[in-house]
Design a protein around this ligand. Sequence first.
Ligand code: C2E
Ligand code: MG
Ligand code: MG
Length: 886
Amino acid sequence: MGTSIRWSARMRVLLRRWRGAPLTWLIAGGFVLMAATAIGTALTVDRFRQNAIESGRDSLESAVRLLARHFDREFENFAVLQKSIIAELESHGIESADAFRSEMGTLAVHEALRAKASGWTDVAGANVFDANGVLINSSRRWPVADISVADRGYFNRLKNDPAAQEEIEVVAGRIGNAPVIVFARRVSGPRGEFFGIVSRAIAPDQLESFFASTGLGEDSSIAMHHQNGQLLARIPHVDDMIGRNYRTGSPEQMAVFQRTFVTTRLASPIDGKDRIVAARLLAGEPLVVIATKSLDATLATWRTQTKFFVTVAGLSVGLLVLTLFLIFRQVTHRLSLEKQRLDTALNTMTQGLLMFDQDERLIVCNRRYVEMYQLSTAVVKPGVHFRDVIQHRHDTGSFHGDVDTYCDGILSIAGLTQSAIVETADGRLIEIKNQPGAAGGWLATHDDVTERIRADDRIAHMAHYDALTDLPNRVLMRGHLERRIAELSEGKPFAILYIDVDEFKGVNDSLGHEVGDELLRQVANRLRACVSGNDLVARLGGDEFAIVKAGTRDPAELTVLAEQILTTLRTPVDCKGQEIPTDASIGIAIAPDHGDNLDDLLKRADLAMYAAKSEGRRTFRIFVPEYDAKARQRRLLEFDLRQALARGEFEVHYQPLVDLAANVVTGCEALLRWHHPERGMVSPAEFIPVAEDTGLIGDIGEWVLRQACTEAASWPGDIHIAVNVSPVQFRSRTLALKVAAALAESGLAPGRLELEITETVLIRDDAEALTILQQLRELGVRIALDDFGTGYSSLSYLHRFPFDKIKIDRSFISDIGEPEDSSPIVQAVVHMAAARQMATTAEGVETETQREVLRQLGCSQMQGWLFSPAVPAAKLKQLLSAQAAA
Ligand code: C2E
Ligand code: MG
Ligand code: MG
């Protein structure tokens, strides 16, 4: 029972799959064609059979018609003869039998008879018998033979029955006993008394030879019967049959003997065969001509034709079947190949695939689906209902919802394309897509997208979060800011804090990247601690961070926050065992006060941050409109600076460097001056950073170097010249070449040139900078470390490169003479320099006290307004000349 249900289900599935397929039409067409051939053949054969039977009947009918006409005429002659004899007797006035005998028994009558029957081919010609049956005259012989027919049935019937006028009977002949057909007519007297008979005898073969002329062919017969059933003649001739009565009494046969014209089918009383029978009653005699032909013989030709037809039809059908079979085999072969390919494709798919028909029954299911949910193939197989599949999943634990609710939901929208991601009990994410099929039903794919979605999440995270600190990056912050900006219309303000870790580069370069990374992580954690849930902390890159503070536009509140951040950051960080002090510069922009679009706000926070930096770092600034103006000015400055060199707006001034012990000028520092056509004198402190940022410092620095060397070459004695070299110039590997060229051009002894560099040179790229410094040293040029004490860890640089001189920054000098001054630091630097055979120059000496203290501290040189500010070349020359003269 179960098997048959399964089988019928499978058949239904197969049929449904094949429905509408060309193959189905082909097979159906083939069957129709075969049926049409069979029916056509059967109809044709039947038609031909009818035709054969009809034509058999036609030929039988025409045969009997022909024979009947012939015999009617033949026998009419005899009747005429008899009648004429009788008429003659009557004309002789014969009144008695005796008179008849004597009148008839004459030669004259014999002559007359012979003349009348001259054309007859009868056995016995015309004979006349008297009332006693004795032959009294004959057309054949005279005198007549002694013959009596008194014993013959026909004679006695004619004699005894005055109504009987004629008798036809087959009798055994007197000679040789051969049967003869006797036609006898009664001769009656005027009062009806019996005088005798006139007869004629015909041998059956005489009729039969005539029958034969019709040529009816095989298994046919032609016979002449008396209406009473007696057979008179027949072909094929059988002696025994002649004279026998074949009347059976059946109504069909009675019709044959009695009706004028009959065509019928009968079982022959002679041989029992089924025969077509045509019979015709002679017009003048009670005789019937019957022609028959067996159905077998009639249908002989038809049978041959039928054989031919059936053979042809059979061959056609066979050919058709063969063709169909070949096509079917070819197609099924191709289908099975395609199925194999499809199966391979389906089973190597990474997705689970199911196809349901319009009755929600499974058509196709691949291996992956079964494996994906660890299902049983005994349940999940073609023909199973969708609901049963889900029930099975429910039973095996891969589906947890309510089966009916789920199925009803899916089925109600099975005609639509659907897609959903569901989570399985074991935490996998499966993307299910349902696609409606063209002929109803739907295709479902199940894709395990767990890895993909996790990878997408990871990628999305990487795209939006900083790998080092796991803080949101610039991209995410911009998205966040856009949302905040959209909320401005709802009256929700916010602020952006740009935080730049001060001196981070130094930590990274001097203590290594690992320490640097750890510092950034700690900074990130501390910043996180400073904000609440709605606020965003982001790392913008390098040592730059940002905080988006939601819900405030109050500068006081933001000031508290900035200070809190600075305080938090200032607590030294323990990085891999190193205590690192950190600090930051913070710029703050407030929305909507400082802008209501992203770029403006970011730019203004940045400007505020640069303001904090340029105003000494370690502090914060809230944006003010003048920062914009400054930025604009800086842009203008930049524009003008690009043309200044070509326009000859630069001039080099020289500030004397005075030997503290001897109180004489031993060198000068070249300091660049810019005569701006509108703004007047612009401080190098203002434009040098711009020149550095734009890269113009390369050309400008080279120009200063040449200028200074040329100028120094004209000075008396061995007074040396100190030229400031920007860290940016150290990025060019040709610096030493340029210095050499300036020396060669000016003819200045290399020993008289001193290059002032800041520790930033060494921070940027140690190895490269050291190589260039080494090259310069090899030229014979002296190297001084400028602005010593302002940087991050100046002392470490002293170990790395043997400078010729240290210039102690003005910030250590300016407070000398005041309580708690920096003189101990200056003292320490002077000692350390002396230990390394380095000279020391104190910068910015403005008072006598300072000079005195410095001299006592053992500082070798001083520079400052106390002696002279930087002066034009001409003025310096005068000064030097005066000194030389003194
Ligand atoms: P610096 O190399 O430390 O130069 C010394 C600065 O201190 C000069 O400022 C000088 O005028 C100033 N100064 C000297 N004595 C005193 C004093 O007694 N009191 C005060 N308050 N200041 C004094 P200046 O000329 O404005 O130069 C500023 C900075 O610009 C220089 O600092 C130097 O770093 C840079 N600079 C100047 N000329 C050039 C140049 O040709 N090339 C490069 N790369 N930088 C230059
Ligand atoms: Mg200097
Ligand atoms: Mg200096």
